[in-house]
Design a protein around this ligand. Sequence first.
Ligand code: UN1
Length: 517
Amino acid sequence: MEAIATDFGIEKALKQLGVKDINEGTSTGSNNFSNGDIIESYSPVDGKLIGKVKTTTQADYDKVMDAATKAFKTWRTMPAPQRGEIVRQFGEKLREKKEALGKLVSYEMGKSYQEGLGEVQEMIDICDFAVGLSRQLHGLTMHSERPGHRMYEQYHPLGVVGIISAFNFPVAVWSWNTALAWICGDVCVWKPSEKTPMCGIACQNIAAEVFAANNLPEGISCLINGDYRVGEMMTKDTRIPLVSATGSTRMGKIVAKEVAGRLGKSLLELGGNNAIIVTPDADVKMTVIGAVFGAVGTAGQRCTSTRRLIIHESMYDTVKNAVVDAYKQLRIGNPLDEKNHVGPLIDKDAVKMYQNALTQVVEEGGNVIVEGGVLSGEGYESGCYVKPAIAEAKPEFKIVQHETFAPVLYLLKYSGDVHNALEIQNGVAQGLSSAIMTNNLREAEAFLSVQGSDCGIANVNIGTSGAEIGGAFGGEKETGGGRESGSDAWKVYMRRQTNTINYTTSLPLAQGIKFDL
Ligand code: UN1
């Protein structure tokens, strides 16, 4: 074993999750694969090596796809409520392993342990949701225009669903996809982020245990590992009718083009540039909680993170001072230590992007009011801990228009009515999450109206992050248009078939066409 941190119960959690020193990295449940390059996973928490994973080779990938396509043939014939029972068992296992998995998420990704637990809770919630849904994959029935005919629609599974997930939600986003895909009768092939491969191994182990205990084929849940080249194997593969990809807009555009080029479907969850509008009728205390959690939670690395506060001029100084005061209370440090609010960024590249954003906002004429900086010294040896920063800026600054995956919050001022604030809010390329803080019904309804927020998520008196799984999650414009998790997002994982049955002895044609022989 190479250096493995012993503090905060990490070693115990890794053992409990079966995350060994060197992992195969490619799996259809059992591990029996060739020797791809090694990916080493270092924790941003303490810079130590957590483990190693093998990159999936083309030969490995083909084995996975064979196993997955074969497993689909069995899985799709199992009644959906029975598939729901398997997902229920998977959710039970997650409950048992919640602390261990939450710890691994925190240690490998860097988010606070509380947020790591929250992420596993999202997995449990989507399992519960999917179990209920497994009895509700409804289609409609229609009245036929022809006598003695019955017309209805039914949903069938698509086949193999490819999942590409990001480092920031290394386990939950996979489960939003798999829990739904599984009850729909699909099988899944997952490529987790190469920055959080151990989280992938841990989830795969849990899933494999459940499928094995039920004598089901291991190919129902498959894992592949590697960088974009491994992702490309999926995007180019006509055996994969749906690719669900979470990550940057840059990545999403490549995936969308590749998958559309073969007329496959893609489900995209890409960048956000989320704002909270603070009106003259806002509750300042609630605003501060929403804004600060939104901006510094997960160290600003959620796609729903709050990046812009659009404050009415009459409230500007009050809100600014309250938020700046709150930042003084923030404790930055080891995210496994529950007294800390903010953990590290994922890696040193992310630190560079954070530094560049702070330089650029000043170059563009912004005014930094809470200084940033990289922390060093005891506890900060990984070099990934940064101070959450705040800058006063203008909506049109290039850096403000850009999504920087770091705890940098921009304060923007508006005057006049809420429509002016909305113009600023909607005046970016991304369209994921949005929020308004107001006790004024007219402002709230204007924000939610057709002239209001153009985002997929629009919250009143709630911050931009922390959505529940029950709603459809996703956004518009450069966010990619996909919807995952709740509501009727399940429909993306199925194909719709319209069935018309003639139970008469004649064959009347639709539209009254006469064709007598
Ligand atoms: C993401 O950042 O990719 O709404 C997902 C939230 C979480 C999910 C974020 N439930 O902040």
